[in-house]
Design a binder for this molecule. Sequence first.
Ligand code: GLC
Length: 439
Amino acid sequence: MSSYITKKTPGDTSWFVQDRFGMFIHFGLYAMPARNEWIMTWEKMSQEHYQRYFDNFNPDLFDAKQWAKAAKDAGMKYAVLTAKHHDGFCLYDSKYTDFKITNTPFGRDLVKEYVEAFRAEGLKVGLYYSLLDWHHPDFVIDDRHPMRDLPEAVEMNKSRDMKKYAQYMRDQVSELLTNYGDISILWFDFTYNTVADPVKYPYFAGKTKNDWESEKLIELARTLRPGIIIDNRSGIEQDLATPEQNQPEQWPRHKQTGELLVWEACQTFSGSWGYFRDEMSWKSPKMLVEMLCKTVSIGGNLLMNVGPCARGYLDKRAVSALGAFGEWMKYNSRSIYGCTMAEPEFKAPTGTVLTQSEDGKRLYIHLLSYPFYSCVMANMAGKVKYAQFLHDGSEVLFSEGKPADMIGDHYLDMEGPVYFRLPTVQPDSLVPVIEVFLK
Ligand code: GLC
């Protein structure tokens, strides 16, 4: 059994830490301008201007089954879809707004099709619900809002009532957790206690958990779905720490108590979450697979984002990036599912990261930077029963102490070394993994 114990969570994270790999889906009107999901506020678009996307929204090539299959083929076990993003647009048929997908030319409830298709593939389904809302008339304008620079913004705020907005959120979350079957994860996004630019906007405030009435929101979610996993972005700690667009170097800990946290990195393929046609910063296949290995090697999950295009499908770049995961996971998922950070007695050799199965019996050495001749690990003598490459099950010879045919004096001062003998040419795998059967 792994010796790592995480801070107790209110929801049920037991399946989550086994599954390790999920798909984030950012889809909405912003797929049409195709230049980031924040475009409405970056370009300070008025409601009237943004309406052109609503009026023309028709992802005619959307097929939830294809999204679900893409996730499954990539090795993902769960998904989280943006039911509502910051622009306030809802991908489902809500009673409480007209700004919803069923009123666009598309006319269908996309959340419904999503949950059905993903469940049919055996994936767990989650929903993302934005706390920000640039459409709702009671949402108080702040310096992240598209109307921030209108001369009448401060005046407009006088009649805006966050209490009404908080009630609207509860009504909507209640719909989402009642009408769509078992929802396993709920993502609230996000809380900002201060304005981003207090010099330019001294008359605006940030938004805190009190503005969202987060206690009530969470209580409602827990009443409707007791075991649900909720992220930490509503301003109240729940189940999940969610570092975004960066990879922690160490397993994240609770700031006050120092306890290890259940955590999930969320990452994009190219920088934006929503579809961005002209973005050129797509991560390489190797970098993507490495991210997954590194995440699990420090006890985390990876939630990898796709931003389907305005016609509703995953474009070639996304399909090929998912394919890199799929190809690797097909043969190496054993080092990911049900695995966590290796016990402290195991020190990763240079250029590698380790994971270990939950029962402690197998250790996985991920060769991020393929070494010449051998991979040598200290303090391993007497611990190894057998070793093989994970992708093809071919034996990896090993010896305790320097192998007879090894030239040079490398590693001679190392304690209890085990030399795993490697072929000179890297096997055809983005990140080869040595699977070590421990005694
Ligand atoms: C940020 C962004 C948002 C994105 C989210 C994903 O909070 O505001 O666009 O949905 O991160 O983690």
